[in-house]
Design a protein around this ligand. Structure first.
Ligand code: NDP
Length: 323
């Protein structure tokens, strides 16, 4: 089968489109013939070595398709089932072997496979951030960076479902209008405007209850100044680079703030939790409560271009690869 392999860490050019043996499912595993694979920023960190990986490896950790073989003792799925998954390596390929307990059933009459592949990782991320890390309620005001990105557009919609007021940031006018269309109440063009001043102006000096920050290095310090006393800084990514170490005393001085650095894997710890998050999202898509914007579709062989576009801040919504 064809797959995108990383033989050494580096820039997008290290993504190598190769022939590799089709993997066989072992006990408790199923093989999925992939209809589409999702591109995520974590793939960039793993390719570049910010998250070091043992090379060579097949990149990608999100996909959807049809089960075409199962290993011994698999009870969760059968051959022919339509499924999707996230947080399992090896999805930039024609086939992926996945632990059966990590597979989520997909009703393809309601949610197309490529939409399922597009929403699993970023959708469940937006879900845990809005429902678990800081459970939003009516009356809360949030600041969300990169609001027109993959996680961003989904998080805007989920925050609105929960009744929050959403202040987003975006890197261009086009991105700002997409975030507004998704429901953002206000969008700050943070490459032109000082987002701290703007957030204070919009909130009448009060600040926000929570900052959802996936941009990291460029926005973290300013975000702390946007929070109300006892507000929550939820740092969940590093699109602009990792944040420097912080003195806990800063959290005291800036208003008895809370700081967390959550990850999806720790919010899908049991099959019950995985199914709660994934099935909520798939059902919202099925009943048109949640819209998934696929901002770019690339052949698997062009994964490197997808990475260049994502890192180059050229994309909106989700990027997918078609094997
Ligand atoms: P996005 O679609 O949001 O793409 C990244 C966006 O970040 C860009 O489009 C850009 O938007 C903004 N950005 C700001 N500065 C930079 C920069 N220097 N370089 C590149 N982009 C920049 O990606 P994803 O939705 O896939 O992921 C968003 C973030 O969420 C990532 O940091 C990712 O690691 C994190 N994440 C964390 C998870 C977790 O559980 N902790 C799970 C999933 C994702 P603009 O032009 O508007 O500034």
């Amino acid at each position: 089968m064809k797959a995108i392999r990383v033989n050494e860490h580096g820039g997008p050019e290290v993504l190598s489109y190769e022939d590799v043996p089709t993997p066989e499912p072992g006990p408790g595993e199923a093989r999925v013939r992939l209809a589409a694979s999702g591109v995520n920023f974590i793939d960039v960190y793993q390719r570049a070595g910010l998250y070091p990986m043992e090379t060579p490896f097949t990149l990608g950790q999100e996909g959807a398709g049809e089960v075409d073989a199962v290993g011994e003792g698999v009870e969760e799925v059968s051959v022919g089932d339509h499924v999707a998954f996230a947080s399992v390596m090896g999805s930039y390929a024609e086939y992926a072997v996945v632990p059966a307990h990590s597979l989520v059933p997909v009703n393809v009459t309601l949610v197309e496979a490529r939409v399922a592949a597009a929403v699993m990782l970023q959708g469940m991320t937006a879900h845990y951030l809005t429902h678990s890390t800081f459970p939003l309620q009516e009356g809360h005001t949030i600041l969300l960076h990169a609001a027109a990105g993959g996680v961003g557009l989904l998080l805007v919609q989920m925050a609105k479902m929960r009744g929050a007021t959403v202040i987003g940031t975006a890197g261009s006018e086009e991105k700002a209008s997409l975030a507004k269309d998704a429901g953002a109440d206000e969008v700050i063009l943070y490459r032109e405007q000082d987002f701290v001043e703007e957030t204070k102006r919009i909130t009448g000096g009060e600040g926000v209850d929570v900052v959802y920050d996936s941009v990291g290095k460029d926005t973290f310090d300013g975000g702390l100044d946007c929070l109300k006393p006892r507000g929550y800084m939820v740092l969940f990514g590093a699109s602009s680079g990792p944040v420097a170490p912080i003195d806990p005393q800063t959290l005291n001085q800036k208003g008895s703030l809370f700081l967390t650095r959550p990850s999806l894997a720790r919010h899908t710890l049991t099959r019950e939790e995985l199914l709660w998050r994934a099935e909520s999202i798939l059902s919202w898509i099925g009943n048109n409560t949640l819209e998934v914007r696929i901002g770019g579709t690339y052949p698997l062989s062009e994964a490197a271009q997808a990475h260049r576009d994502l890192e180059g801040r050229k994309t909106t919504g989700k990027l997918i690869l078609i094997p």
